[in-house]
Design a protein around this ligand. Structure first.
Ligand SMILES: Cc1cc2nc3c(=O)[nH]c(=O)nc-3n(C[C@H](O)[C@H](O)[C@H](O)COP(=O)(O)O)c2cc1C
Length: 205
């Protein structure tokens, strides 16, 4: 018996398909500045509020434990600094001034190239709080939900970047110990680093 079925194409292809097809992980972006409007859109794509407590990404129980920090290095219209994204107001709050790209790049296993990308979106969460929140389920659920949510946030940024013709790449190969020891001041209190999404122009081949 042949139980293999070729799936039929829809009569009209989904409008999402061109973006899904164009999505790519782009490494070694150009150091040229991006505009603050691009950083603003990338933040909204990552974690923008869409009404009634929802955001652009799904979240278990709509709690949204994943936070986004913008590390601005070369963003026209925004001084260099680490900024916390406040979804409800679509605003950023300065957490620490100065250029922190190189320091963030050292928290990865091998992505030194992040140091010259104009901006980085840093995903983080309080994993202990997430575990406690879902303690009535299996112990790991709360933390697992955080990682799954971070993946959705990353994919949103990928699809936005594909639409804008900019590059990004989820960098999740991290030096967890170093990040905990030396990176925590860039993040909200008690947060662990989950991943980094650089933003910038794609280097032509
Ligand atoms: C969970 C996860 C972790 C990743 N970590 C890194 C990383 O640390 N460094 C890196 O250069 N790329 C990283 N990537 C990007 C992958 O290398 C990339 O997705 C893969 O090469 C496939 O390419 P594509 O995304 O263009 O299809 C990661 C991707 C995922 C989903």
């Amino acid at each position: 018996m042949n139980d293999r079925i070729t799936m039929p194409a829809a009569t009209a292809p989904s409008r999402a398909f061109p973006l899904l097809r164009a999505r790519r992980s782009t490494k070694r972006l150009q150091p040229d500045p991006i505009d603050v409007a691009d950083a603003s859109e990338a933040l909204w794509a990552a974690a923008g509020a869409t009404g009634n407590g929802h955001r652009t990404s799904p979240s278990a129980h709509a709690i949204h434990p994943v936070s986004v920090t913008l590390i601005a290095g070369a963003v026209t219209g925004l001084p260099a600094g680490a900024y916390g994204y406040e979804s409800a107001d679509h605003a950023v709050a300065l957490r620490m001034s100065g250029d922190h790209r190189e320091r963030v790049a050292t928290l990865t296993l091998d992505a030194d190239w992040l140091a010259v990308c104009p901006a980085l979106l840093v995903l983080s969460a309080d994993l202990s709080a997430a575990r406690r929140r879902f303690a009535h389920q299996s112990m790991e659920h709360g933390e697992r939900f955080v990682w799954i949510e971070a993946g959705h946030v990353a994919q949103n940024v990928y699809l936005w970047a594909a639409d804008r013709g900019l590059g990004t790449c989820l960098v999740a190969g991290l030096d967890d110990d170093l990040a905990q020891r030396t990176g925590s001041d860039l993040l909200p209190a008690e947060h662990a680093l989950l991943g980094i999404l650089p933003l910038g122009l794609v280097t032509s081949p």
